[in-house]
Design a protein around this ligand. Structure first.
Ligand SMILES: [Zn+2]
Ligand SMILES: [Zn+2]
Length: 354
């Protein structure tokens, strides 16, 4: 009985003293410092082993959806890291996941629709000020990309200046602010070819957005192909030939039409229903994307740039109806899905960052 009294007393004492300790600045500072240290020390979710991998940092098209970012794919080939497209919310994802943006070798743009580059300024800032860059951020893209990077540089000129003046040249070196832009010669199609890595670009069909391109990464016998925004394209199939992992965009005609009908009922004069119908002609349906994967003999397909992002079971059933009849090895894209291709292997490992 006496022991029980001591235990109760000790418990009460620790609760009361803990309560008062939590109200002191020194304890509060210690706790938030610990928390910050934990965040900064997060292990990278990217594979450490020598491999080729593709991480979806943004899985949807421009139609908004809670908890998903616009288009973005991070490619890791050995130690080299590239970002293909960076739509709204995608760079926040990468930061939340503890990706070191200072290590990004280049940004590759598929085309000049804003849902593919609206986070480029955020990517630039996080690669420039928070890390030690030794050159400007390289950008590769089709014709029109220079206009995008020139525009960002003009808009952010004062931002670059203020940060340089405030933090100094060691932290924010003004000579490395902005972009080193390379326009891809689509005739030669080769974007990067050195050591064990080859990156090729190919034309896709996203009329009237011309040129629009997709990318293929080949690294030590493994490959990842990215469709970019396109309607069903034989050129995607040709360039994705026997690829290990195909990221293919997809738009559900049914969900879009349902959205257009609902938008029209809510507001007959609004633009939304018109836009939802307009976009039907320059994207690929989920069954067409499955057919592209099957025709290319791709080992695995990750659907991305989902329009609209299918939330809930019914929407997913409608979105992917018929896909299994055409192609079996597929994954629904969501932010944090990663395909890892180990070397000297046929395996495609699909993992998720929560
Ligand atoms: Zn798009
Ligand atoms: Zn587009």
């Amino acid at each position: 009985m006496r022991v029980l009294k001591y235990i109760i007393f000790a418990l009460l004492f620790s609760i009361v003293s803990g309560f008062f300790a939590l109200r002191t600045e020194i304890v509060q500072m210690y706790l938030v410092e610990m928390q910050a240290e934990q965040i900064l020390n997060r292990p990278s979710p990217l594979p450490e082993e020598d491999s080729l991998s593709g991480l979806l940092c943004g899985s949807r098209g421009p139609l908004p959806s809670v908890g998903t970012a616009e288009t973005c794919i991070l490619i890791k080939a050995g130690e080299r890291i590239f970002i293909v497209d960076a739509g709204d919310g995608s760079i926040t994802n990468l930061r939340d996941w503890g990706i070191d943006l200072g290590k990004i070798e280049a940004f590759l743009l598929t085309h000049t629709h804003s849902d593919h580059f609206s986070d480029l300024a955020d990517l630039h800032l996080n690669a420039w000020v928070t890390q030690n860059r030794t050159d400007k951020l390289k950008v590769y893209g089709p014709e029109g990309t220079q206009k995008v990077t020139d525009g960002f540089e003009a808009t952010y000129a004062l931002d670059y200046k203020w940060r340089y003046e405030h933090h100094g040249n060691d932290v924010a070196p003004i000579e490395f602010a902005g972009f080193d832009t390379h326009i891809i010669d689509i005739e030669s199609s080769i974007v990067i070819e050195d050591d064990d890595l080859k990156v090729t670009a190919f034309l896709v069909d996203h009329d009237p957005v011309k040129p629009s391109i997709g990318y293929r990464f080949d690294y030590k016998g493994r490959s990842i192909t990215i469709s970019g925004d396109t309607s069903y394209s034989e050129n995607v199939i040709k360039h994705a030939d026997k690829t290990d992992l195909l990221f293919h965009e997809a738009l559900s005609y049914r969900l879009n039409k349902a959205g257009a009908t609902a938008a029209y009922k809510v507001d007959e004069t609004g633009n939304l229903s018109t836009v939802l119908i307009d976009v039907l002609d320059y994207h690929t349906s989920p069954t067409q994307a499955a057919k592209a994967a099957q025709s290319a003999k791709a080992k695995h397909l990750i659907f991305y740039h989902l329009i609209p992002y299918p939330e809930g079971l019914v929407a997913k059933m409608l979105f992917f109806d018929g896909v299994n009849d055409i192609y079996k090895n597929w994954t629904i894209g969501r932010d944090g899905v990663m395909g890892i291709l180990p070397l000297n292997s046929d395996k495609v490992k699909i993992t998720y960052i929560d």
